[in-house]
Ligand binder design. Structure first.
Ligand code: ADP
Ligand code: MG
Length: 313
């Protein structure tokens, strides 16, 4: 068996066979059928060893996360995931590594009925690129926020930053934070539920300050946020002895929660979605007609966070 035969065999073991995949892995092209009335949403992300993940991360986690970050992009667009292609570059065909990688990839893919339909394989420093494809009727963009809209964050943010601290062995190993960093849950169902309601949406990959900045920039508006309303987890609070570092939570990325805006008339619908999906959705502020992003403390005193990675104004 050649190196490529080995990889091909391991990658070709997914149990899912979607009807809209007319030709999958094995030919020169995958042939795919988009359902009538839908548009195709396409997103691509690359993870490079040493840049996007530490060298000690398990192959399972790399497989899982490389798909999760792509499904998160589809989620923030309100798209239903369908297919992925995979470009895999690695130093050698290590059977154990690929077996674990594929397990992580397919664990998440199977959960969302996503089929791997093709890709490319070559040798070189470890790098994983995935392109994800999904279907949308009404896409959620970064550009639709209006002054007066309320700004929401799903779940909680900040845990991934402590996962990275943990990896660096700065203050002990915290499995909860490491799992949040390595195996983020893409908010696919939430994105689908928001598609008809939200005026704009983005996934928090670069950090809330920076990602809300993208919404403001593309919607040509500003925002006011109450820093202490930013949702952080119980574990995050505990880590900081109940004095959580909110500035860290909004500056670091990798949480893959959704940040979205809605017209205030839709607030009841948001609480219904929160209950039905069992996902905490927290209002943290409001879109303004200025061109600045402002943060306030509990006494409505403006905070100076201009040096925290927000670079779009
Ligand atoms: P080509 O020479 O036409 O690029 P390849 O030999 O690279 O074909 O690939 C053969 C088949 O295996 C193709 O259908 C391709 O999509 C699939 N394939 C190759 N590498 C991967 C991968 N990493 N993941 C999924 N499918 C792959
Ligand atoms: Mg090829």
């Amino acid at each position: 068996m050649t190196e490529f035969d080995l990889i091909y065999k391991l990658i070709n073991t997914q149990s899912i066979n979607r009807k809209d995949v007319l030709t999958g892995i094995g030919d020169d092209c995958a042939i795919l059928s988009v359902p009538e009335g839908y548009s195709l949403a396409v997103s691509m992300d690359t993870l490079v060893e040493g840049v996007h993940f530490p060298e000690s991360v398990s192959a399972f986690s790399i497989g899982y996360k490389s798909l999760a970050v792509n499904l998160s992009d589809l989620a923030s667009t309100g798209a239903k995931p369908a297919w992925v292609t995979l470009s895999l570059t690695m130093p050698s065909a290590d059977e154990r590594w690929i077996t674990e990688f594929v397990k992580g990839l397919f664990a998440l893919a199977n959960k969302y009925n996503v089929q791997l339909v093709g890709g490319d394989t070559c040798s070189g420093p470890l790098s994983v690129t995935i392109q994800a494809h999904g279907f949308v009727k009404k896409s959620l963009l970064r550009s639709g926020a209006k002054p007066g809209d309320l700004i929401f964050i799903s779940g909680s943010i900040g845990d991934a930053s402590l996962g990275l601290h943990s990896y660096n062995g700065k203050d002990g190993i915290h499995k909860y934070f490491i799992d949040k960093l390595n195996q983020p849950e893409p908010r696919v169902d939430l994105g689908l539920a928001l598609a008809e309601i939200a005026t704009s949406c983005i996934d928090i990959s670069d950090g809330f300050i920076s990602d809300l900045g993208h919404i403001c920039e593309q919607s040509r508006c500003g925002a006011e946020v109450k820093l202490n309303d930013v949702p952080v987890s119980v574990d995050y609070k505990k880590y900081f002895n109940d004095q959580p570092d909110y500035t860290n939570a909004i500056s670091f990325g990798d949480d893959y929660e959704l940040c979205f805006t809605i017209g205030s008339k839709n607030i009841i619908k948001i609480s219904d979605i929160s209950k039905s999906l069992n996902i905490q959705l927290t209002c943290v502020g409001e879109i303004t007609d200025s061109n600045t992003l402002k943060f306030f403390d509990d006494n409505h005193k403006e905070l100076n966070l201009s040096n925290k990675g927000f670079e779009h104004f």
